[in-house]
Design a protein around this ligand. Sequence first.
Ligand code: AMP
Length: 216
Amino acid sequence: MNIILFGPPGAGKGTQADNIVKNFSLHKVSTGDLLRNEITNNTNLGKKIKSIVDNGLLVSDDIINNFIEQILSNKNFYNRLIFDGYPRNLNQAKNLDFIANKYKQKISCVLSLDVDKESVVKRILGRQSCTKCGSIFNEYYNPSTNKNHSCDPKFLIKRFDDNKKTIVKRFDTYIEKTLPILNYYEEQKLLHQINGEAEIDQIYQQIQAIIVSLET
Ligand code: AMP
């Protein structure tokens, strides 16, 4: 099965994607992570997209579609993908269907985490990720502790685009460009809407129930 995790920046998609990956045999595809890697490694692509990402705008569809085709064409991930932060506009959603079809795959469901703008800002300002193991935490809502994280706290970092100015712009980009995709998936009867304001475990339980129901 291939799953799309949908929602505004800071909705908890990355955290839930990591939970799903741990419990189901799926591979996470975060286009944001792929782009940040390019920027951190100062590649030609990274140099080209840095100011776009810094300003909370969308990187061109051609760049994203190229990454996605590489992943969908990889037999190791056949029908085992969870998309986090992709697709971001209708063109990407249609292209995903096209590429999936080309490699004889399909989208099984779209899990939309609904969260309002105020919560998004609070969550993003507290977000931290571990450069060693990749786990995501929040210094206010879900801090890294000895119980949930075995790496040294020195590996915890904040993302360079997690500042207040960029967050507001990213949220506005989401409302303008990304939210309209929901209709596209609703019409295909793939959409499941989930209250993203609930506790992390409660959200995960709902997600798990949906995925299990798809497997049977
Ligand atoms: P994210 O980690 O998903 O919040 O993405 C961080 C930033 O990367 C976004 O604000 C965009 O600038 C860029 N980005 C991530 N995914 C996409 C995508 N599918 N299409 C275009 N830009 C993207």
